[in-house]
Design a protein around this ligand. Structure first.
Ligand code: ZN
Length: 348
């Protein structure tokens, strides 16, 4: 699994070429590309199946946001289906309120499973319109969209539902540019559709995880408050993978971290902790979390962690909470931002 980061970069470069190709096709208006994609369904008309009547309402509300405003013609039906379906899960040991697991083969999506985490969505702050924002976000993933950057709160593909003050963080409807990207992926004209070269590398089937994070922790002070354990340490060794075969949303990779400094929490210096990162393998199928960069042995890290019920720790919102020691400072593994230690220490 050491190739996660390079794989991620490869997919990203593929997605940029998709957008470049589309720009050439759309002559009159420029494509404002706030979201990227690394796949699409072969047909713009799709039916997604909801397992329960209660969740069908939530998913129908989310689907309508796209169906009513783009060429992506998605309907939600009740019943069982093996290629495009939603399900309710109740997981307290994760930081996501929604998660899309999908299968991509040469740029074509062949399967999508959309999870709504009722551990979060049953909380009173999740009104039905906010839940529809979560389901709309996950349907956006399921049709092929990735996240926007953190600063773009006008997009429904913003990664976070709430901020740490409990106010809504994500736009509840697709932005104009979200719609443009979707319409370029799913043109009404078949001729245009045939001319879209996805520009993706030919790869084996891969499984991707795309979450909706329940809460955005806007800085180190907010992460500090939310964490059970904040440590500096060294990646001692990979332990392996936790995977129940076929249940891709549960695929995790475990590493041992040797604690060198405890900033918050009750661990001892020198002690080892097991940290779980999303994504992993069962030996045959590789599952990639687009929010997770798996750590390597000997890396020096600063981590904001929550403890799960099995005793392992997880980085809050995955890469958001992992800082690597580089050039004398701890830099976020995702955006390279240098940590502000004053903001941590002021919360002690
Ligand atoms: Zn997401």
């Amino acid at each position: 699994m050491s190739n996660i980061k390079s794989k991620k970069k490869k997919l990203l470069s593929g997605s940029f070429s998709v957008l470049l190709g589309l720009t050439l096709l759309v002559s009159s208006s420029s494509v404002s590309a706030t979201v990227n994609t690394f796949g699409k369904w072969s047909n713009r008309t799709q039916t997604m199946y909801a397992v329960t009547t209660a969740s069908q309402t939530h998913w129908s509300n989310g689907a309508a946001k796209w169906k009513n405003s783009t060429n992506y013609n998605i309907s939600v039906a009740s019943g069982l289906n093996s290629t495009y379906y939603s399900q309710d899960v109740n997981k307290s040991d994760v930081d996501w309120d929604g998660l899309c697991t999908f299968t991509v083969n040469n740029g074509i999506i062949s399967k999508a499973i959309l999870n709504l985490n009722t551990y979060y969505t049953s909380q009173s702050k999740y009104t039905s319109s906010i839940i529809a924002g979560v389901t709309g976000h996950e349907i956006g993933h399921s049709l092929g969209l990735e996240h926007t950057s953190v600063v773009e709160t006008s997009s429904i593909m913003h990664p976070y539902t709430f901020n740490s003050n409990g106010t809504i963080e994500r736009a509840l409807n697709p932005s104009a540019s979200d719609k443009t990207v979707v319409n370029n992926l799913y043109p009404l004209s078949k001729l245009a559709a045939n001319r879209v070269d996805l520009g993706l590398s030919s790869e084996d089937i891969s499984i991707h995880l795309e979450p909706s994070w329940a809460v955005y922790y806007e800085d180190e002070a907010a992460l500090m408050k939310a964490a059970d354990l904040v440590i500096r340490g060294r990646v001692a060794e990979k332990i392996g993978n936790k995977a129940a075969k076929g249940n891709y949303s549960n695929y995790n990779t475990l590493v041992n971290i040797q604690v060198s400094d405890v900033i918050k929490g009750t661990k001892m210096v020198g002690e080892n902790i097991a940290m779980s990162q999303m994504g992993g393998t069962d030996g045959k199928v590789e599952v990639y979390s687009d929010s997770s960069t798996h750590l390597k042995e000997k890396q020096e890290v600063l981590l904001f962690l929550r403890q799960s019920s099995d005793g392992t720790f997880r980085p809050i919102n995955e890469d958001d909470s992992i800082f690597l020691l580089e050039d004398g400072g701890y830099h976020n593994i995702a955006d390279q931002q240098l940590i502000n230690e004053k903001k941590i220490l002021s919360n002690l």
